[in-house]
Design a protein around this ligand. Structure first.
Ligand SMILES: NC(=O)c1ccc[n+]([C@@H]2O[C@H](COP(=O)([O-])OP(=O)(O)OC[C@H]3O[C@@H](n4cnc5c(N)ncnc54)[C@H](O)[C@@H]3O)[C@@H](O)[C@H]2O)c1
Ligand SMILES: Nc1ncnc2c1ncn2[C@@H]1O[C@H](COP(=O)(O)O)[C@@H](O)[C@H]1O
Ligand SMILES: O=P(O)(O)OP(=O)(O)O
Ligand SMILES: [Mg+2]
Length: 274
């Protein structure tokens, strides 16, 4: 195996094979333990209809159920965060039904995003680009979740996992901004495996991954934006042989996005020096 591949696998914590029942149990327990240690009252998470938030959401509700059985009161707020009307509205509704959260809310981010776009244009004299506005949407979702967390003393749950983290495929301080990451250490196909194990209907675990951040390209697939397939990234993270050009592309993205996987750089840091 390539030396950098070995180093990246260790950092991402992805195992070549998993036992779904054991993974679910350990991650639910992690949520329970951290909630108790943090003296918070529960969790909040945006549910998009995609694989990752459906899985993380179900784990949060299972953690709340486990805490309740132990006599600890906790809440889980699953929140729909559409931008106007979501194109894959039916998937989001199916995901909410499967997650079966103790509390469900909807917070539309369209007004907040429009406000930022308007002020951006007044300030710079130019309209915000669709790509830049996409990252504003991701950060508006982060703001909404932290506002709800502040109201109820909740932890903001993030859905980052090995296959997104390794290539930095998230918005810095947007969907990358969270308090706890219950899916870390898994890759994309393992997330699918856990969802299937938990009894989700097929449409939820076969859903095509999309950040869906662009007005001009609704439901653009992650794979088309990345120029890589999740199977390729997953194989790499499981320590399998992948073609050199694919490994090179993953490693280039990994190195370019190191700043997203750490705290803001300070004069004491050395990781960025050649
Ligand atoms: N499917 C997903 O999970 C998902 C979700 C959201 C976004 N995305 C994708 O992730 C990408 C996010 O875009 P992005 O990466 O251009 O935006 P970003 O905002 O995440 O990161 C860019 C910002 O990082 C900072 N930065 C850049 N280089 C730096 C460095 N070397 N050191 C310190 N800070 C630095 C700058 O402030 C820059 O504006 C897009 O491709 C988006 O579609 C994917
Ligand atoms: N439309 C959405 N509604 C609620 N929450 C959302 C929505 N889109 C994204 N999210 C949240 O952000 C993360 C990251 O999404 P990616 O598809 O990986 O970009 C997602 O898990 C939701 O928690
Ligand atoms: O983060 P999600 O839930 O939107 O999943 P995906 O990344 O598969 O779109
Ligand atoms: Mg998505």
């Amino acid at each position: 195996m390539r030396e950098l591949q070995q180093q990246i696998i260790a950092e991402m914590g992805v195992k070549p094979t998993i036992d779904p029942a054991a993974e679910v149990d350990a991650r639910v327990q992690f949520l329970c333990d951290y909630l108790s240690a943090s003296h918070t009252a529960g969790f909040v998470l945006g549910i998009s209809g995609g694989i990752d938030s459906t899985l993380a959401g179900r784990l949060c509700q299972l953690a709340v159920d486990r805490l309740t059985r132990q006599g600890v009161e906790a809440d889980f707020v699953a929140v729909r965060l559409p931008h106007r009307v979501q194109t894959d509205e039916d998937d989001a509704a199916a995901a909410m039904a499967f997650v079966a959260a103790k509390t469900d809310w909807t917070f539309n981010i369209a007004g907040g995003v429009a406000g930022v776009a308007e002020e951006f244009e007044k300030t710079t004299g130019r309209p915000i680009s669709d790509f830049n506005q996409g990252n504003v949407k991701a950060r508006m979702r982060m703001l909404a979740q932290y506002a709800l967390a502040g109201e109820r003393n909740l932890l903001v749950v993030g859905t980052d996992h090995g296959a997104e983290s390794v290539v930095g495929f998230f918005t810095k301080f947007g969907d990358g901004g969270a308090d706890i990451l219950p899916l870390f250490g898994l890759n994309k196909r393992q997330n699918r495996q856990l969802l299937q194990h938990l009894g989700a209907e097929e449409r939820l675990w076969t859903k095509v991954p999309t950040a869906d951040l662009l007005d001009g390209k609704p439901l653009q697939t992650d794979e088309s934006e990345l120029g890589l397939s999740y199977d390729q990234i997953d194989d790499y993270l499981e320590g399998r042989e992948v073609p050199d050009d694919i490994a090179g592309s993953i490693e280039q993205k990994y190195l370019r996005t190191r700043h997203k996987r750490t705290t803001p750089v300070t004069i004491l840091d050395t990781w960025w020096r050649p």
